[in-house]
Every structure is written in C-alpha cells, then in structure tokens.
Write a protein that binds this ligand. Structure first.
Ligand code: KG4
Ligand code: ZN
Length: 343
C-alpha cells in the first residue's frame, strides 16, 4: 500500500511516500525560510502562494524518486489542521482532488499527530502507550498516548509555545528567523550560570507551562546588561537553560503521574541539542526510554503525515469528498483507531 503524504500547514512544503512493507520510500521538503526572513516571521499570504507553486512539482519529484506512477498510489494523506488557513487549503485541495481523480481515499491528518508519530519512522521505535512532549512553534503539550487517536492532554502552555518563546527571544537579541536554532547556536558560546532565569510554574503541582513571563524576564536582563556579543550569548544561554530545564522537569512529572516509562519528544524544538541531551540524562537517571525523531523530521515534514495517514487509511478510515481544513483543531478531537463498532 503506497500512501502519499502532504504537509502545507505553515512555511514548509513537505511531500513523502510511505509503503506498508518498505516503510518510508522517498521524501522532499521545500522551506520558505528565505521568503519570510526579511519580515521576521511567517507572512501567511506569501506562504499560501509559495505552497501553490511548489506542491505539484514536489509531488512529481517524490513519485519519480520512488520510481512509481500516480495510479500506483493507494491513498493520500494531508495536513488538515491546525495551521494557517490558506496554507492548509492548498494541501487539502490538491490532496482531495488528486485522490478523487485517482479514485483512491484521502485523509486529513492533525499536524500534531503527525509530529507525535514521527519517532515511529525510526528503527528504534516506541510501543504504545507513552507520554509525548510536543514542542513546536505553536504548541507545547504533554499528552498521554494510548494509541493512534487515543490522546489525553496532561498539560499545555497557557501562553507562548516553547518555540514561540525561542523565536521572540531571538528577535530581542537581534537574531534572524526562525529564532530557535539561532538562539541555540549563540547559547553554545554563553557562560553558564552568569544569569539564572526562572523555571516557570515548576514550583507548584500541575503539568501546564507558561513561557511569557520568561520572555519578559529576558527582556529586563537584556535591557540591563546586554552590551557585548558575549553578554547576549550569556542571556541566550540562561534562556535556553531555563526553557529546557522546565520541559525536562514537567516531562519527568508527567511520566511519574501516568506511571509510564516511555517518553516521545517531537516538534521543531525537539531538534534542540541541549534538550535532547538533558532528556536523555533524565531518562537514564529514572530508568525511562526517550524517543526522538531524526533531526530532519523534528520540524515540519511530509514523512510524518504520510506515516500517520498510512496508519489511519490501513484501518479503513477516510474522509468524505469535502475539501476541509481546520485552522484550530484540538488534538483530543481526532478519531480513535480502530474505529469503534457501529450499528
Ligand atoms: O514543528 P515546527 O517546525 O513548526 C510548527 O509546527 O510550529 O516548529 C518550529 C519551531 C520554531 O519556533 C523554531 O524556532 C523551533 O521550532 N526550533 C528550535 C530549534 N529548531 C527549531 N527551537 C530551539 N532549538 C532548536 N534547535
Ligand atoms: Zn509543526
């Protein structure tokens, strides 16, 4: 069974092909970073237009690389939400229309479900159940995952997402977009311990996060002390240490609260080196297993959508002929697998 996966929720056009026996066959990604960089963030209209230009050539490329023809496809999966409405509609329209023309099923996938299943593309893959720490530009969530579509929200950010906090801090420090990797790079040169930033909401029980106060704290320290590049690096270091330690503490608490010993970490921020290291250390200390996607699949990509689509289509799930995108879509509203008995 060949499933084509299409991701267009934000500023990356990702296309991939997954096969039921051979696994991931091919994948391509076009990043729009260059288009948005001069504006310091994603411009939705420019994102939609670029997806329109890129998507069909990328689909052709993925099929050519795999050496298969369109009519050999058995299903098409696309990101149906959450994300930018115009950007989502490009993927949804192309996927739904192409599936109709080919007479095959199409399925809309939740973007964060794609992220949380991305580690299942690896050779060393987690079994269900597990706790997922989802850390992207738009979401910071701890989720108890019993299976595909069996998601219980344990905690989430009450304000900024972790990636968003990195992006805003980057702007403050005069770094480029996207800010996460830039802050992480500068932090490597920072002197540890020169500043100690708060670890928000770790002094009370609960699994929610809040990063906006940390951003304000960073601003105050920046205004008071940032004169040289080294000062900025020290601030980046303190900021990164605070975000990472907060995420590690809360992940440990989520594992303890659920009694589970497997942690999956996914989303753009899961590419952060310090975070991967510290979560590995925490896992070693507590006898847990931690699973990450490979670096190429931490951020947005088509492979995770092709895989999630394959798992759902293989169980007989498919969408109606309607072209549907949901810019806001709670993860807990995705349908469970296997389908409940009807009638
Ligand atoms: O999952 P993703 O590609 O897109 C969304 O679904 O939002 O996540 C993008 C986010 C951005 O905020 C970016 O700054 C952050 O992930 N990010 C990082 C790193 N690489 C990407 N944050 C911290 N450290 C990194 N190495
Ligand atoms: Zn994402």
């Amino acid at each position: 069974m060949y499933v084509l996966g299409i991701e267009t929720s934000c500023d990356e056009t990702g296309v991939a092909l997954y096969h039921s026996r051979h696994g991931l066959v091919s994948h391509v990604l076009h990043s729009q970073v260059r288009i948005h960089a001069e504006y310091g963030g994603v411009v939705p209209e420019l994102a939609s237009r670029d997806h329109i230009c890129r998507l069909i050539p990328l689909i052709r490329r993925v099929l050519a690389e795999a050496g298969i023809e369109r009519h050999e496809l058995n299903g098409i999966a696309y990101t149906a939400g959450p994300g930018l409405m115009g950007a989502l509609l490009v993927g949804a329209s192309v996927a739904r229309s192409m599936a109709y023309a080919l007479g095959i099923p199409a399925i809309g996938i939740h973007h964060m479900e794609g992220h949380l299943l991305a580690p299942l593309l690896e050779a060393s893959r987690p079994d269900f159940p597990f706790v997922a720490l989802l850390v992207s530009g738009g979401h910071t969530q701890l989720v108890q995952v019993g299976g595909i579509g069996d998601y219980r929200l344990l905690g989430e950010s009450l304000d900024d997402a972790a990636g968003e906090a990195f992006d805003k801090t980057a702007k403050l420090l005069g770094l480029g977009y996207p800010g996460g990797p830039e802050v992480a790079r500068l932090a490597e040169q920072g002197q540890p311990g020169r500043h100690v930033f708060p670890r928000p909401m770790t002094d009370r029980p609960g699994l929610d996060f809040s990063f906006s106060g940390l951003k304000t704290h960073t601003l105050h320290v920046y205004q008071a002390s940032a004169k040289t590049l080294q000062d900025k690096a020290d601030i980046a270091r303190a900021f990164q240490d605070a975000v990472v330690e907060t995420l590690v503490i809360k992940s440990g608490r989520a594992l303890a609260a659920t009694g589970l010993n497997r942690l999956v970490v996914a989303g753009g921020v899961s590419a952060n080196r310090l975070m991967r290291q510290q979560l590995d250390d925490m896992a070693r200390r507590t006898g847990c297993q931690v699973y990450f996607p490979r670096l190429a699949f931490c951020g947005d990509n088509g492979a995770m959508i092709a895989y999630a689509g394959y798992r759902r289509l293989a169980e007989g799930q498919a969408d109606s002929l309607e072209i549907r995108a949901r810019p806001r879509w709670p993860l807990t509203e995705t349908p469970p697998l296997p389908l409940p008995e009807t009638g």
